[in-house]
Ligand binder design. Sequence first.
Ligand SMILES: C[S@@+](CC[C@H](N)C(=O)[O-])C[C@H]1O[C@@H](n2cnc3c(N)ncnc32)[C@H](O)[C@@H]1O
Length: 270
Amino acid sequence: MSLTRPTKDEIVAANRASWNEAADHHRAHDQYKRLLECFARPGFSMLDEVMATRLQAIGLDGKAVAQLCCNNARELLSIKNLGAARVTGFDFAEEFLAQGRELAAAGGIEAEFVQTDINAIPADYDGQFDLAVVTIGVFGWQPDLAAFFSTARRVLKPGGRLFIYEDHPILNMYDDRDTGGPPQPDESYFRSEPYRSDNGLDYWAKQDYAAKPNYWIFHKMSDVIMGLVRAGFAIEDFEEFPHNIGTREHMENQPQQLPLSYVLVGRKAG
Ligand SMILES: C[S@@+](CC[C@H](N)C(=O)[O-])C[C@H]1O[C@@H](n2cnc3c(N)ncnc32)[C@H](O)[C@@H]1O
């Protein structure tokens, strides 16, 4: 961990290199092989009930859907299988987009993948989408949350929705390893310095490797909510949950249960 303060551009460049470096580690994991097998089955969806129910209520049939920071696009491909007409995944890590293309090919799923920093999405995509989706571990990589929400607004049609299903920011206070016993906070919720890690991003195997540095930013729940509002979204849904959607299985079912995840939905106003 270091307290040096890199610029926003340095953070994005470092994180991109770190994600690309992580791709081979993920590819080697059984979970990736299982995804390839699962997507070969027609209509496969890996969305959990919370996400599937809410997206079906919003309506997917015939919709154009974007996933911002899509990684291997497992959620986006599930959304296509659940009825979306057109799906586009944006991510700056070409090595993960390659995996997305492989998963799509395994199921014969039509999907578009665009390699770009999220805040540099080409203007061709402005106003193209009914729905933009953000899931599990995206905001912490963003040095500029206002820019991120502005991009989300830009790519949506008028009245389009941004659907967020994220790790709860209170998790930033806790180590993501199971140290045994009840979770103990070791960071401030209000930390303002980027958190540097050199341990890599193999959160599937939960194994460190000698890695390029990456930077994680602590955004409070209020930063996310007010960022959405300031960007011109009307909040339609917000709910916090006790269940893990990322790497915090060990933090579920505690006597003093923390919020581990949340859904937040904004509608593009105006
Ligand atoms: C934790 S992953 C998202 C996980 C995915 N929702 C899932 O559950 O499989 C975060 C993704 O954000 C991407 N990312 C981070 N910052 C980005 C940026 N500025 N522009 C584009 N992609 C970015 C990374 O490449 C990575 O694929």
